[in-house]
Design a protein around this ligand. Structure first.
Ligand SMILES: *[C@@H]1O[C@H](CO)[C@@H](O)[C@H](O)[C@H]1NC(C)=O
Ligand SMILES: *[C@@H]1O[C@H](CO)[C@@H](O)[C@H](O)[C@H]1NC(C)=O
Ligand SMILES: *[C@@H]1O[C@H](CO)[C@@H](O)[C@H](O)[C@H]1NC(C)=O
Ligand SMILES: *[C@@H]1O[C@H](CO)[C@@H](O)[C@H](O)[C@H]1NC(C)=O
Ligand SMILES: *[C@@H]1O[C@H](CO)[C@@H](O)[C@H](O)[C@H]1NC(C)=O
Ligand SMILES: *[C@@H]1O[C@H](CO)[C@@H](O)[C@H](O)[C@H]1NC(C)=O
Ligand SMILES: *[C@@H]1O[C@H](CO)[C@@H](O)[C@H](O)[C@H]1NC(C)=O
Ligand SMILES: *[C@@H]1O[C@H](CO)[C@@H](O)[C@H](O)[C@H]1NC(C)=O
Ligand SMILES: *[C@@H]1O[C@H](CO)[C@@H](O)[C@H](O)[C@H]1NC(C)=O
Length: 590
């Protein structure tokens, strides 16, 4: 109202005093919201504008071109495409103006989507405030843009042309969003997945880019300065960009509550939970420019201009040190501040706010901008000098609105004597043959069906990242007589199997010196994660199994002085693309 009057006064002044051409009824550069009719709205500034209907933003003008074209445009949805939010609760309106920021709100029955514009920003900050989302897995915002303009996808592990739709059409569907070409190679959107940059300080940005019809570059990006509203832990992976397989649209996803790689993921959200603000940015297509912007967004987080629904936006600074019960500092440990007393794994948690970092070599950590709340802090090894610890440290932490040091967090180790270990516990297959980015469908098939590994002779890279087919993987090792300190049958060993991921449809047994020690490993008793069949090559969801290997005496026991052997024997015919993804195998005296 005030602005309207001011502009009107200016208009009168212009006509009366100088006879200048009429000044528009809007101060130059001011972001705007126009209600065209009760179902059509336009928001924008002098540099871009978006026409949106009840659910879909269908025209995005930038540099004289409509970037949506025949694609679906902008929308917000949950549980896949089963529920698209509709702006039918109340007409969109200007929620707030603060300095250069104009906050425009679109209200759906499930919650409010805000677009925050400035006079010059090409793009907008966006955030969502929950009102009544049902318990759900997937929740996202996305852009589906013109595929002649947006030809490439960029993530922290890929920078590639999106595969053309014609390629899909000429191939055979083999599973969930996966096709096989006539030459045997695969096309799947999951190859474009990556780890969601969710650790404090990570540059979180990804986009789709290409060229406008006039040859100028153009890119559309999501940039997350904050990460605390994202679900899961340090190893959260998501799909970020892809080619829509029915329409051919170029898709830029913003999986703010994603579920593509978890064993389970259904959360109830408190009314008022806020996701964002994140930045949606239009630029000239340069990833370097997007990276620079991601850096400055990190520095600006939490945004001063944004005030939570609760009326304040204060955050705490938390510090502490994690020390193992054997005296070692928790060097490089993964530190996660998550839900209090949750029965869910750290990866599967998603109802609240989460803070993630890695400890320094002396076990110290700091977590910045933590919201008030009652959390449980967890620490686990990220390889390195403590990559032989199978336990997880936890401590309850109540965060109120001041900064503090929580002191030492004590981490009880399993306190056993190591015999040998293959790999290092870091919840990743890193170090094993064929492990590591980028995501790639069926990479596991490069791993042999049968494998032998001799302790002391072979090294980590001789162990393959995934066991996926019928066959036997054997570990050979020698136990010297001196190992048997107490020479009694109670001197048992513990075999720990740390899996970086497990996709169900495969089962094995474990034999120690021919004796069936673990009758069934994997199978129905273990809830699978989609990692291996959705192109994961580093991790799915972490799991630890510990098995007692009875008897360590010189005679009458399973383990013996001299030559020993442990076999992982896959039984039955495994389901295609299911498998075990290894993190570490560890044998210790009980
Ligand atoms: C949106 O941008 C287009 C292209 O620049 C322009 O023609 C149109 O008037 C703009 N819409 C509004 C409501 O300003
Ligand atoms: C959209 O589709 C129509 C009809 O199929 C076609 O004529 C037009 O060229 C398409 N526009 C773009 C931008 O692809
Ligand atoms: C939501 O939108 C997508 C994209 O246009 C569409 O495929 C899907 O059918 C819509 N869902 C519903 C329930 O209308
Ligand atoms: C772009 O989408 C159109 C359908 O709108 C489709 O025919 C075309 O193959 C797509 N282009 C690419 C490169 O996939
Ligand atoms: C957290 O715990 C404190 C007691 O220390 C309690 O007063 C507060 O209500 C709790 N907050 C939440 C969000 O549960
Ligand atoms: C932390 O909060 C919990 C409630 O969630 C409460 O039981 C506990 O006493 C609090 N601890 C401290 C130190 O305030
Ligand atoms: C794997 O080993 C088993 C048992 O020794 C053998 O029967 C099988 O043929 C081997 N498979 C391959 C592919 O070498
Ligand atoms: C061997 O037995 C002695 C006496 O019972 C005990 O103190 C010692 O810890 C045992 N050693 C190991 C490695 O179990
Ligand atoms: C170890 O066990 C063997 C076989 O039972 C026995 O002959 C031997 O005396 C034992 N040694 C000690 C030091 O107990």
């Amino acid at each position: 109202m005030f602005h309207g009057i001011a502009a009107f006064m200016l208009l009168i002044a212009g006509i009366v005093l100088c006879s200048l051409p009429p000044v528009p009824l809007k101060a130059a550069g001011e972001p705007f919201l126009k209600l065209v009719d009760d179902k059509t709205f336009v928001i924008g500034n002098d540099f871009w504008n978006l026409t949106t209907g009840e659910s879909f933003g269908t025209k995005l003008w930038y540099k004289g071109y409509d970037l949506v074209g025949n694609a679906s445009g902008h929308y917000v949805s949950y549980n896949g495409a089963a529920n698209n939010l509709s702006w039918t609760l109340t007409p969109p309106k200007i929620h707030r103006k603060s300095g250069i920021y104009t906050d425009i709100v679109f209200s759906a029955k499930e919650g409010d989507v805000h677009f925050v514009l400035t006079p010059t920003l090409t793009g907008a900050y966006q955030y969502f405030v929950n009102r009544a989302l049902p318990k759900l897995g997937e929740f996202r915002t996305l852009w589906r843009l013109d595929n002649a303009t947006f030809t490439h996808g960029f993530t922290n592990s890929n920078d590639l042309p999106l595969p053309p739709l014609s390629d899909f059409r000429a191939s055979t569907t083999i599973q969930d969003e996966t096709w096989q070409r006539k030459d045997g190679t695969f096309i799947t959107k999951y190859d474009l997945s990556t780890f969601m940059p969710s650790v404090e300080g990570d540059l979180a940005f990804w986009g789709i880019y290409g060229k406008l019809p006039n040859g100028e570059g153009v890119g559309s990006w999501y940039i997350h300065g904050g990460k605390d509203y994202l679900n899961g832990d340090h190893l959260k992976q998501e799909l970020m960009v892809h080619r829509e397989s029915i329409t051919g649209d170029a898709v830029l996803l913003n999986m703010i509550h994603g579920t593509h790689f978890q064993a389970s993921s259904g959360d109830d959200f408190a009314e008022g939970k806020v996701w964002g603000p994140w930045l949606w940015l239009l630029n000239d297509g340069s990833p370097t420019d997007a990276a620079a912007k991601a850096k400055s967004e990190n520095a600006d987080w939490p945004y001063k201009w944004h005030i939570d629904q609760s009326g304040y936006d204060m955050r705490s600074f938390l510090s502490g040190r994690v020390v193992l019960s054997d005296g070692r500092p928790a060097a490089g440990a993964a530190i996660f501040l998550g839900d209090r007393d949750s029965k869910l794994s750290t990866l599967d948690q998603g109802k609240g706010y989460y803070y993630r970092t890695y400890a320094t070599p002396d076990g110290k950590f700091t977590l910045e901008n933590v919201r008030e709340g009652n959390y449980t802090l967890s620490a686990w090894p990220n390889g390195g000098p403590i990559g032989d610890v199978t336990t997880v440290a936890t401590k309850d932490v109540n965060v109120s609105l001041f900064d503090y040091d929580i002191g030492d967090v004590k981490w009880e180790t399993q306190n056993r004597k190591k015999i040998w270990q293959i790999g290092s516990i870091d919840r990743k297959a890193t170090g094993f043959q064929y492990a590591g980015p980028p995501h790639e469908h069926a990479r596991a098939e490069k791993c042999p069906k049968n494998l032998t590994f001799t302790i002391g002779t072979n090294t980590e890279k001789d162990w393959c990242f995934s066991q996926w087919s019928r066959g036997i993987w054997s570990i050979f090792f020698t136990l010297p007589p001196t190992t048997f300190v107490n020479n009694t049958s109670s001197n048992a060993a513990v075999l720990s199997i740390s899996l970086a991921g497990y996709s169900s449809g495969i089962q094995s047994t474990v034999r120690v010196n021919g004796v069936l020690t673990v009758p069934a490993f994997g199978g129905a008793s273990v809830k699978g994660d989609p990692g291996l069949y959705r192109s994961a090559t580093t991790a799915g969801e972490w799991r630890l199994f510990e098995f007692l290997v009875a008897g360590g005496g010189r005679t009458g026991s399973v383990l013996r002085e001299g030559e020993n052997r442990i076999d992982f024997v896959v039984v039955g015919e495994p389901k295609k693309w299911s498998g075990f993804m290894w993190d570490s195998v560890l044998l210790e005296w009980a």
